[in-house]
Design a protein around this ligand. Structure first.
Ligand SMILES: Nc1nc2c(ncn2[C@@H]2O[C@H](COP(=O)(O)OP(=O)(O)OP(=O)(O)O)[C@@H](O)[C@H]2O)c(=O)[nH]1
Ligand SMILES: [Mg+2]
Length: 442
């Protein structure tokens, strides 16, 4: 496939602004599902915890065909605790859909993800979603987004972003608010016209950056990444540049591309496409796979540091051994170190005692998802209260801070301010909710 026929796009936003629902509408319109197929909502939220909590935890890839163009789409999580998942995929795309809820407007995580996308010089398309919501104010939200771009020092070119108005839930999109509701065609057209085909060399020596790993019982470990240059073929011998700059050799055993929600086995992949490969059992995120004759490492993105830490240890409490199957420190150690291979913003250190481990993550939710996953896998462990990580930067003790936005009815304001005050929160801004009816939101 010629790389002019490919677009690589990530969907980024604050939590719950509708990213995964938008992917549903794009998949539906590109006939990924059979006519009479029963499709559950938010198909990309495929693992159990995601379904139960109704949030995205891991970034995932899919692809849709529009006309003869293959659009690789990466759905990302919106919760700040899973920010590492957004950071690790941004290097695989050339553009982003910055989704903003037409009712809530730009939120703290909208700013964080946009900052990262602009720093990598990705082309943004602003999608104002949920225009069907009563009380939404899409025009005001567009103004807010322009301000955000300016605050983040966007270049003139980045500031000329196209805007598309959507209702992901109803499967409609339009370029001007006054237009008639249409299907997703206006959004598809904007994607293929304003985001460029990947700027990759198809002829040079093969090179690819691994941005995710997966596991399959039959073929073992799978690397996911974008081919930056040249072609990879099944059976090809490759070199792997590790993060510590050592080089190892391997052989590509299988290659896959994404077609809708499925993976399809292929013999060859070319520059520009987001692909998966099997055969290299030691592969990790951030490593470069390349032609052994031309070993060139691709720098990985910086992943933000953890902010909280918890001690995980063997359960020595009165109820020890009642629930779990895996209870020893060796079990827990192996599982935690295995988690590091995929969970890019997690850190694990040996603890003060031989049966404890210091586990650091981006927030309580990040760590609690890991704890819950381990519990379901049959692990039994003891965890401490989370502690904030204090760092010394240029001789000054620094503590991570969070930006918090609270929407509350007027009569609860006092209580919220008081409770937050006790936790040393500093109020930066307070504004009335205008004509917004909070009844609509519950
Ligand atoms: N009214 C309305 N609701 C929507 C629309 N799009 C999404 N929603 C609802 O918003 C909620 C969140 O949608 P998701 O698609 O899970 O949002 P998300 O951005 O993927 O969330 P995270 O991945 O957890 O950050 C769901 O209840 C959706 O049904 C829309 O266009 N209109
Ligand atoms: Mg989601």
């Amino acid at each position: 496939m010629n790389n002019q026929k490919i677009r690589n796009i990530a969907i980024i936003a604050h939590v719950d602004h509708g990213k995964t629902t938008l992917v549903d509408s794009l998949l539906r319109q590109s006939h990924v599902f059979r006519e009479n197929e029963q499709v559950e909502e938010r198909v990309m939220d495929s693992n159990d915890l995601e379904k139960e909590r109704g949030i995205t935890i891991l970034s995932k890839n899919t692809s849709v065909m529009y006309k003869d163009i293959k659009i690789n789409i990466v759905d990302t999580p919106g919760h700040a605790d899973f920010g590492g998942e957004v950071e690790r995929v941004l290097k695989t795309v050339d553009g982003v859909l910055l989704l903003v809820d037409a009712f809530e407007g730009a939120m703290p995580q909208t700013r964080e993800v946009l900052k990262k996308a602009l720093a990598l010089n990705l082309k943004p398309i602003v999608v104002i979603n949920k225009i069907d919501r009563p009380g939404s104010n899409p025009e005001k939200v567009v103004d807010q987004v322009i301000e955000l771009f300016i605050e983040l020092d966007a270049t003139d070119e980045q500031l000329e972003f196209p805007v598309v108005y959507t209702s992901a839930k109803n499967g409609t999109s339009k370029i001007n608010l006054s237009d008639e509701d249409s299907d997703m065609t206006p959004l598809f057209e904007t994607m293929i016209n304003s985001i460029e085909a990947p700027n990759c060399e198809e002829d040079g020596p093969a090179q690819m950056l691994v941005s995710n790993i997966d596991y399959d019982d039959y073929v073992g470990r799978i690397g996911v990444g974008r081919v930056e240059r040249g072609k990879f073929k099944v059976g090809m011998t490759v070199s792997v540049c590790k993060s510590d700059d050592t080089i190892s050799q391997g052989k590509i055993a299988k290659l896959y591309t994404h077609v809708g929600l499925k993976k399809v086995e292929v013999e060859e992949v070319t520059a520009g496409d987001i692909i998966e490969f099997a055969g290299i059992s030691e592969i990790s995120i951030g490593e470069t796979v390349c032609d052994p004759e031309h070993i060139e490492k691709i720098p990985f993105v910086n992943i933000d540091e953890p902010t909280v830490t918890m001690t995980f240890s063997v359960n020595n409490g009165p109820f020890a051994g009642r629930e779990g199957e895996f209870v020893t420190s060796r079990h827990i150690r192996d599982r935690l170190f295995k988690e590091l291979e995929r969970n890019v913003s997690l850190r694990v250190k040996e603890g003060e005692t031989p049966d404890s481990f210091e586990v650091s993550g981006r927030g309580e939710l990040h760590l609690s998802v890991l704890i819950e996953t381990m519990r379901r896998e049959g692990f039994e462990l003891l965890v401490s209260r989370p502690k904030v990580i204090i760092k010394e930067i240029d001789g000054v003790k620094c503590e991570p801070i969070e930006t918090l936005v609270v929407n509350v009815p007027d009569d609860s304001c006092g209580t919220v301010i008081e409770k937050l005050g006790r936790r040393k929160a500093e109020m930066v801004n307070m504004e009335p909710a205008e004509d917004r009816s909070y009844k609509n939101r519950i």
